[in-house]
Ligand binder design. Sequence first.
Ligand code: ADP
Ligand code: MG
Length: 703
Amino acid sequence: MSENMNVEEIFGSKAFTVGKMRERLPKGVFKEVRNVMENGGELSLATADIVAKAMKDWAVENGATHYTHWFQPLTGITAEKHDSFVTHPDVEGRMLMEFSGKELIKGEPDASSFPSGGLRATFEARGYTAWDITSPAFLKEDATGVILCIPTAFCSYKGEALDTKTPLLRSMEAVSEQALRIIRLFGNTTAKKIVPSVGIEQEYFIVDREKYLQREDLIFAGRTLFGAPGPKGQEMDDHYFGTIRERIGAYMKDLNLELWKLGVTAKTQHNEAAPAQHELAPIYETANIAVDHNQIIMETMKKVANRHGLSCLLHEKPFAGVNGSGKHDNWSITTDTGINLLDPGDTPNENIQFLLVLACIIKAVDTHADLLRQSAANVGNDHRLGAAEAPPAIISIFLGEQLEDVVKQLVETGEAAHLIEGGKLETGVSTLPDFEKDATDRNRTSPFAFTGNKFEFRSVGSSDSVGLPNTILNTIVAEAFCEAADALENAEDFDMAVHDLIKEYFTKHQRIIFNGDGYSEAWVKEAERRGLPNNKSMVEAIGALTTEKAEKLFSKFHIFTKVELDSRAEILYETYSKTINIEAKVMIDMAKKQILPAVMKYTKQLADTVIALRDAGTDASVALETLNEITAKLAEAKYALKNLEKAMEITTRIQGNKELAFYYKDAVRNSMDNLRRPIDELETMVDKKAWPMPTYADLLFEV
Ligand code: ADP
Ligand code: MG
């Protein structure tokens, strides 16, 4: 990398941006493309052919040999199948690289090996990918060569969504349509579209690759399944925002460069709370592009790490005892004319449109807290939510002092006459300026916090796609807007009706507002008293997808059919079981083949020492006591290992995805914990040289 990189020049050099289309397409064609981007509809095949050729020419100029329809099946990651631009040679044996409009717009990968939750029988293997014209195509460059990646949605032969993008795009249309009805009520006739904007803060861990490769658990499960805490964890709070070590800095520099080339606005980077933990955030953008870019970010993080002899861990809880990773999903809705509906202005108490929007969101979150919670559920996140390091599994809303007070006044008196002001923050140092204080402090414990002009959904896991969380947000808010518009569009006295409706929503749904400490035990009790759902684990959360309430919501806005919902629930139960199954098998393998043999070898050394000491006629009691303690733990571990094997044996006899998932959660995970305990204790008892893999201290502090 050159020392003086020109970021402005590099930015987007590997993305087929609107600017490149403008340069490379005939005026009329470009206009048609922009029109479809803005207003939907389809390109004519003739136009698509011209776009495809321009895209291919650009890609080939940049070294591309293949293209792929890049999509996001329900595996949580992306999928690609490469096709080269090679065509049939002519009689002379000459070949011309080609790419047609049809190939750009539609693909037909065999879908039978992707999760479908029984949506398709394997003989109905046909799946279709369809170009998402609004998300820029990009060039992926690595040892494979240069591949033109075309963001696509993925559906079955019958049009059922098999991915995360299809429902997200549907939900964006729904919220746009309903939000337009709301702003029309307030006299806005110019906006044609409302777009959800999303900004994702992505947390991750970096460890040394050599050490990573010595741990089967990291390789196969993405997290450590054994590991005693080192002498130091995160208790000194010295990592958060700490100076970035050079090896990590060099990685971040390279990572930023790769992302900028792809048109991803990598903006913020810093060390996070746990040792070896970091964060990257790009600037917010349209929801579907932000979701695609988050996938690109995760993939690039891993790829660049490998180049630096490092490994990037995106798992929600790679290490017990220190903070895990999540991602904050910052969400707002803005008109195509640039008005953010979540901007309260200087006097939110007088901003009726803002108060109505806020009331609708509060209603939506309260009504569908179970769905929002489900959207943030994955296997890894079970270790974080509610563990006093991430928000609880109970969904609530943090509004901040100022807005909470406005809501309170409205509920109590029907009017919000006054406003708590931020005031001045005096630094007390004459050479420093005094600051205007924000009217609201931050609250890191809240799952869903209002932060000035956006909501921040903080429950999502670090490895998860943000497709579903944003689909849920858009849809539940669309429903609340729809119901409000239904009530207000025909009102005789609009001012009166909107005033009453705001008051009604705030009053009915104020139980979801909570500004206190979300980590406290008291909140769990209080939330229960308020009747808020508390689905503690992923498997308990899945049911939210198939309630009558959910079916009604999703079918009304054409997001998911009942069949799609059922299939998604099935996939989630299966995913849970498969993941825990792998983790348990890895534990058994590591315990049996690495850890127990190593400890036994060590006991042999100790026994030799005891004998040698006795032969020498001296006191062997310390060695003997140590030997006895270790042997006792070893027996405990062996017993726990057998129990885990028994639990695994039982899984083969359980029928039904849901039943099996619950068995894994309750019985298998318990047996895993029981095995981990004595083994972690053994780690603290035996000679470090005898331990067969890098420890927490090695992994977390020696990057
Ligand atoms: P933090 O919460 O850590 O202070 P920031 O407030 O800087 O972080 O923003 C975090 C993310 O939120 C960034 O991706 C940022 O671009 C995004 N963001 C900022 N404003 C909005 C908005 N109006 N809508 C959606 N996302 C936003
Ligand atoms: Mg934030």
